[in-house]
Structure formats: structure tokens, C-alpha cells
Ligand binder design. Sequence first.
Ligand SMILES: O=P(O)(O)O[C@@H]1C[C@H](O)[C@@H](CO)O1
Ligand code: HPA
Length: 357
Amino acid sequence: MTGYNSNGDVATSNANGHQNGHNGSSNNNGNRQLTADYTAQENHTNNINSQEKIQCYLSTEELRALRVMNEDTYPYEVIQEIADFIVKGSNMRPKIGIICGSGLGSLADIIQDAKVFEYEKIPNFPVSTVEGHAGKLVVGNLEGAVVMAMQGRFHFYEGYPLAKCSMPVRVMKLCGVEYLFATNAAGGINPKYSVGDIMLMHDHVNMLGFAGNSPLQGPNDPRFGPRFPALVNSYNKELINKALEIGKQMGIEANMHVGVYSCLGGPTYETIAELKALRMMGVDAVGMSTVHEVITARHCDMKVFAFSLITNKCATEYSDKKDDEANHDEVMAVAKNRQKACCELVARLIRQIQASS
Ligand SMILES: O=P(O)(O)O[C@@H]1C[C@H](O)[C@@H](CO)O1
Ligand code: HPA
């Protein structure tokens, strides 16, 4: 927990309320340091003067995330500026955009003649704060196509509004991208799914949308798309069929499914009651991303292909088994094990798109 003591310094305490020391020495908060400066923009409740430098227990990345979160949403012109930066900086105009899910960053490692942009060096770009999301944008060639891949996506639970989470999709569009390939790690709710399986998304249930949140909230800029976009047929059927065919050629058809994904806000994994409810709604796999990216991509008329790597099985009945608890280490380990198959699927599909264009 973070608060402010009477000197205006940041004081942190753990969940039990014990104060942590302020000497910058070792702490049990991973990479959190006491050395990062945070310039308070406006903090009336805590009585901190505007622009006063304070010491903070958050990591530099998290501080940057906080600042970006407080900025206004991205107007078209700012997104255009980011796109120009990438196109000029790489001297390439990508046709396919790839978003790498948790632990699936190796999808970007197979790109050749790559120009790599660290997120923090891209003007006005948010930063990744989650393990397994490196925070790099890679532009280069893959199977004859120019692609741009995000090694690291932005999640709602990191503190970013949905529009900011999916802002890079608009950057892709203005770079020239026609196809979005979105990948994620997800928990399998469909009892037929096993850990390591790949689920091609053919639809989604937008739980954050049910709660009144959308990446398209706010004024609509028609240069991106219409005020009220339709979302039926969001997931390109032709690409799904091609991917199924590729699955057969790779001999992994038994580990491939076509199903419905749902995104919850996270960062908590779901309760049994929530998982039961999702299953009743026809959800096959659950995660914490992708849906807002797909909405943003469809709004600006990109073709979408998306898949979930099933990194854990979700229990939908109560039990005392520790195995039923999802954890991020397991998610990362399964993604590492299955990255080769995921890379191959993506590469082969891109080869087919190139062959037919
Ligand atoms: O970015 P994705 O959706 O692949 O990451 C999933 C959801 C959480 O960020 C994390 C939980 O383990 O993995
Ligand atoms: O079980 C899960 N739930 C939500 N997100 C996830 N990402 C990987 N596994 C899961």
C-alpha cells in the first residue's frame, strides 16, 4: 500500500499495515526502488504541491505507466505522429500487426531484418509493466510480409484505460497494417480443452463491455471508423479455416479448437462462481486482454485473426486442490513450451496470406 507521510514523502506499508523503511535498501517488492522520482501533477487530497518531486516506492516503469494513464486520450494526430515515427524509423510499411500474448514474445523473435523500438523510446507510447511482456515493437520481414509485432501488450489491470490499451492497434492501422494477429494466454473453461491447446477465436464475450467500458468510449473520430460499429463476423472466417488446415499439416489438429474467448479486467484470476457463469454463457477460454484490441481493429476495418494458448485449465467445481489455482509462472512456463508451435502457426498463416495476395 502506498500513502503519504507528514513530510510529503511516500510511505509504503505492506498488506498487514507494517511500514517499510525509507533507506532505499533491500525490500520485498521485486524491482521497486526508493530512488525513482515522481513529479506529482496534482494531488489535492494528499496536499502535495504541484510539480513537487517526491520519492516513490513504485518502479520506474510503473511510475511512467501512472503518468501516461493520467494523460488525455490519444487524438488522431498524435497516433499519426507515432505511426510516422515507426514508418520513418524502420523504413518499412507493415501489412500485418502481431500482438504477442503473455510468454509468447518469441513470435517477434522470428522476424527478420528487424528494426526494434523500445516502447519507452517511442514518443507518447505507454510502457509494459507485466512479466512476459518485454515492451518492444519489432518491425521486419516474416514469410515475405512486412510485419510489426508488439512484444508486450497493455492490460486494463495495469491501470491503463481501454482506449490506451488498444491505442497501438490504431498506430498499426496508420502504419498501413491490414491484418491484426492477436494472441493471448488464457485459461481453458471448456472441459474438452487441455493445457497447451490452441483455441482459434471465432467470437468473444466482452465482460468489460457488459460493465459499461469500451475502448471506443468518448468522442468518435470518423477517420478511424463509425460511431456504432457492428461486431458480428469480427473474426475472419477465411483465416480461421486456413489456420485449421495448417493445424492439420502440422499434426496438431487434435490440440486445436475454435471457440469463444472472454476478457475480464484482472489482475485476479476468476472465482469458481465466475467461471461457472462464463461457461454457462458459452465461453471456452478466459483471459485479461485481446477483446478491446479486436474491437479497435474492427472499428478501423482491419481483418482479425486471434488465438488463445490454453495455459491452464479452469476449475468449474469447488475442490480443495491447489492445482486448481491459476498462477502466472505456470502461464509463462506453458507459453514457453508451446511457443514453437505458435510461431509456426503464425508464420505459415502469413505465408498463405502472402501467397494469395
Ligand atoms: O497478455 P495476455 O492476455 O496473454 O496475458 C494473460 C492475462 C494476464 O495478463 C496474464 C495472467 O497470467 O496472462
Ligand atoms: O485462467 C486465466 N484467467 C485469466 N487470464 C488468464 N491468463 C492465463 N490464464 C488465465
